[in-house]
Design a protein around this ligand. Structure first.
Ligand SMILES: Cc1ncc(COP(=O)(O)O)c(C=O)c1O
Length: 385
């Protein structure tokens, strides 16, 4: 270990959910109500407060047990042939292909755009005749432009479900990432900016669709009949209690993430690297693109300095044994990102000193890995901050 004994290791993530004192008033309501799951008053209250938070109409938000289940259920409503191909990026978390597969479709991996790290709808036209649906992914909280996806849908007639797991903040703040007929799924997992332990949220303008999702999350029961195979993917009242307390404290939590994001932008800028996050939105991950493709070496050097980093999406989903058999287009940009994108420590409670330590460790790791980069990425420039 080359870090000083006085410097404690810096983890890559340290989730923070509301403390017991903030949750207790909601738990007392549950005691009083004696209603524990199945669309109870706290889940209803959280949906309604989140609709206000996002500035959307009543009946356009459904809470479910996870984003993964949300994607599965949204896809089951698409009425596409079982076993047909669904295009999705290989540059995503393993939940996306798992959801596609569990919705009885076959993942068809496609590449992402170098600038946005998301699927460019135009790139799908070459496989239009092969695929029956698309699941674009909004990477690491980055907003998608819904105009592009709506016009792609109008042109091709393909059903679309957006995996926007990390986009709680960008969906609320970025105009182009707006509610539409295309369902958008957010994750409320503990590792996300807005969390309640485990949970997912579906937003769609089509209120019948939202009602259908709720039915599917309750085994497929409707008021009279069971038309579709559902599952148990409801959110419990206890989870909603955490979500309500999280929403009470949201502005405060958000401000801490914003401060951290600003610090990273400043210090990364000083060494000539860019914070992947840009714009007026926050994310629970901080990603940097290294100037070469030896990310694993940098991870190991930083580890020896007590700084934990993460290749959040590992080598891309197409490399997992579970998904390696599925068809794909050439994944040129994906392979570049797999070997150069790195998740830096990002959690509430990190101080400016922590950020400086991460950046100076990063400089040293980059120089040690590729000395030719030492000129443009000098730790001395850190003093400018
Ligand atoms: C891109 C992406 N999709 C889906 C998920 C799954 O979300 P959940 O844990 O709520 O099922 C994640 C979780 O990190 C994710 O990053």
């Amino acid at each position: 270990m080359s870090y000083s004994l006085h410097e404690s290791p810096i983890p890559v993530m340290k989730p923070l959910l509301p403390t017991a004192d903030l949750i207790t008033p909601y738990l007392e309501q549950i005691d009083e109500n004696r209603w524990y799951s199945n669309f109870g008053p706290l889940v209803t209250q959280l949906e309604s407060r989140l609709e206000k938070h996002f500035g959307v109409e009543e009946g356009t938000v459904a809470l479910v047990s996870s984003a993964t289940s949300g994607i599965v259920m949204a896809m089951r409503t698409l009425s596409v042939p079982r076993g047909s191909y669904c295009a999705l990026p290989a540059w995503t978390f393993a939940a996306t292909p798992a959801a596609v597969y569990n919705a009885d479709m076959v993942p068809f991996f496609v590449d992402v755009d170098e600038d946005t790290w998301a699927v460019d709808p135009e790139s799908l036209l070459q496989i239009r005749e092969k695929i029956s649906a698309v699941v674009p992914v909004a990477p690491f909280g980055t907003p998608l432009d819904m105009d592009h996806w709506e016009s792609f849908q109008a042109r091709t007639g393909l059903p679309i479900v957006v995996d926007a797991a990390s986009c709680f903040d960008s969906f609320a703040r970025v105009d182009s990432f707006r509610i539409s007929e295309i369902p958008v799924i957010l994750s409320l997992h503990a590792t996300k900016t807005f969390g309640c332990g485990e949970g997912g949220l579906i937003i769609c303008k089509n209120k019948d669709f939202i009602k259908r999702i709720k039915d599917l999350s309750n085994f497929g029961f409707t008021d009279e009949e069971m038309y579709a195979r559902g599952e148990n993917a409801k959110m419990s009242e206890y989870t909603a209690a955490v979500g309500l307390a999280e929403l009470d404290n949201w502005e405060n939590k958000r401000a801490h993430y914003q401060e951290l994001s600003d610090l990273y932008s400043k210090y990364l800028g000083n060494i000539g690297l860019q914070n992947w996050r840009s714009g007026d939105w926050i994310s629970s991950t901080s990603i940097v693109r290294l100037p070469f493709d030896r990310v694993e070496d940098v991870v190991n050097i930083l580890k020896s300095k007590g700084i934990e980093t993460r290749r959040w999406w590992r080598r891309g989903c197409h490399h997992f044994q579970a998904y390696s058999e599925f068809p794909r287009l050439p994944l040129i940009t994906t392979e570049v990102l797999v070997n150069s994108a790195l998740g830096l420590p990002n959690w509430i409670g990190m101080t400016e000193e922590h950020v400086k330590r991460v950046i100076s460790g990063l400089c040293e790791a980059i120089q040690a890995t590729d000395p030719s980069r030492a000129v443009s990425i000098s730790p001395k420039s850190e003093a400018k901050a």
